[in-house]
Ligand binder design. Structure first.
Ligand code: NDP
Length: 448
């Protein structure tokens, strides 16, 4: 059984009492109203960024030459907006969280939720050990049960062989943890035995270490099974590598002009229940969670496809695709939120130490381990989800979103950077957020 109860990277929060003890606060009131250069200067001060690192943010991060060495057939780069989410208080520490995303509202929404969650003492987040699963597919086996028992009897030998592949990971405290066998007597190609190598990859996402290990042990595993090995690859359903984040928001903090805090809390719980029972709603609910998590993955150079695959497979683990979160009203009448999902992310390897902007993003985050990064991502997912369901359960999603969207509409109308805010404001005032109207206003401004 996976235990998520213990592994904190930092001491858990004492329900808000130590809010002011944190040496640096991620509460940056009015950050969103500052100019781009002022924002970068504030973040630079916060994270002690050098002039070169600031230039990476303000000028081009990844060059075409660097990019062409990262992939094949390279012809350039494509850019995404990078922002920082404010207000996050996790396990007693403040974080500014870099997020790369093209969708308006995501940063504003997640920062607003994090501010609300601060009122209840912030987030408490935990992770399991970073145990990945490598799979070996075995076929043409005379007897599945005998093969499974033989492999189990040679478990220690196989794990020792796997450990020889990455002595550096073993030296860091990682390495093989277990061998499991999963018989599939009836498949479209006949009986099949799947062997799982459980392998702790420490601070790496670990694809290379785990793939190397399963490729190394597969010939011996096939021999023991008296069958033939076909695929040898990691699984992206990393359900032994989970992150969990929880928070409690005082009901009073949820009150709006029109609704009491208790009513908002109840309607948020109702919104979550909708996603628990209905896959059509759960897909959108979980997409909202991944808006935040993917954006942190992208900013830090992590593999967001791997994280997406793991999250959705985990959401369907009981044979019914469901919500990754739980929101309910607790015994005190406050709103309790929780998320659990697989988060196989790394702070070494992949693009994290290669992409110049990812390196700056990692410095802003200042995380010490893959576990800490996974904890942050779980908190971002929970906060992003709260923002969406709170909006839908109160004023509706479009109210806030269209205000943010107005800037993108102004840009789509060809508005130069220095006029985007003016045109967007006019569109909002007119409650007519359309490209055609933006073009008309732009012409009027130019002619004036
Ligand atoms: P790397 O192989 O680039 O980096 C991991 C290596 O870093 C380790 O093997 C280890 O090697 C070294 N290392 C240094 N410090 C540490 C530490 N503290 N803890 C652990 N390892 C450390 O990356 P990954 O193996 O993490 O692979 C990630 C990439 O794999 C991603 O880009 C992903 O896109 C890709 N990928 C994903 C797949 C999937 O999801 N299905 C499949 C295949 C690839 P050493 O010490 O020996 O130098």
């Amino acid at each position: 059984m996976t235990d998520l109860s213990t592994k904190h990277t930092h001491a858990p929060s004492d329900n808000g009492a130590n809010k002011t003890d944190s040496p640096k606060s991620s509460r940056l009131p009015g950050f969103y109203k500052k100019s781009l250069t002022d924002r970068v200067a504030m973040v630079a001060k916060w994270a002690d960024l050098s002039a070169e690192e600031q230039a990476v943010l303000l000028e081009q991060g990844l060059t075409a030459g660097q990019a062409a060495n990262m992939i094949e057939n390279g012809i350039g780069t494509t850019e995404l907006p990078l922002g920082v989410a404010c207000n996050f208080f996790i396990n007693g520490r403040d974080y500014l969280i870099p997020m790369a995303v093209e969708e308006p509202s995501v940063l504003a929404a997640v920062s607003a939720s994090a501010k609300l969650i601060r009122e209840g003492g912030g987030f408490t987040a935990t992770t399991t050990d970073p145990v990945m699963i490598g799979q070996i597919q075995l076929l043409d086996i005379p007897d599945l049960e005998v093969a499974a028992a033989t492999i189990q009897a040679h478990k220690e030998e196989l794990m020792a062989q796997a450990n020889q592949c990455s002595p550096s990971i073993v030296a860091r405290g990682g390495g093989a943890r277990d061998i499991e066998t999963r018989p599939f007597p009836d498949t479209p190609v006949g009986p099949m035995l799947i062997v799982h190598l459980l392998y702790d990859t420490r601070d790496a996402m670990g694809a290379n270490a785990i793939n190397t290990a399963v490729e190394a042990i597969a010939p011996r595993v096939a021999e023991l099974s008296r069958g033939r090995a076909n695929l040898r690859i990691l699984s992206n359903l990393t359900d032994r590598r989970l992150a969990r984040a929880v928070c409690t928001i005082p009901a009073a903090a949820l009150a709006t002009k029109e609704m009491s805090g208790a009513q908002v809390a109840r309607q948020i719980a109702e919104a979550n229940a909708f996603a628990v029972v209905d896959p059509y709603r759960a897909a959108t609910h979980n997409k909202g969670i991944m808006n935040g998590i993917d954006a942190v993955c992208l900013a830090t150079g992590n593999d967001w496809r791997a994280i997406e695959a793991g999250a959705h497979a985990y959401a369907a683990r009981n044979g019914h695709y469901s919500a990754l979160t739980d929101w309910h009203v607790d015994a005190n009448g406050d709103l309790y939120g929780e998320i659990v999902l697989p988060l196989a992310v790394g702070v070494v390897g992949g693009a994290t130490k290669v992409h110049p902007t990812a390196k700056v993003a990692m410095k802003i985050l200042n995380v010490q381990s893959a576990a800490e990064l996974a904890q942050i991502m779980a908190c971002v997912g929970l906060a992003q989800n709260l923002a969406a369901i709170k909006a839908m359960a109160t004023v509706g999603i479009q109210h806030g979103h269209m205000r943010m969207h107005a800037r993108q509409v102004a840009m789509a109308a060809g508005t130069p950077d220095d006029l985007v805010e003016t045109i967007a404001e006019q569109l909002i005032n007119e409650e007519n957020i359309r490209v055609e109207r933006a073009k008309e206003i732009l012409n009027m401004v130019r002619e004036a």
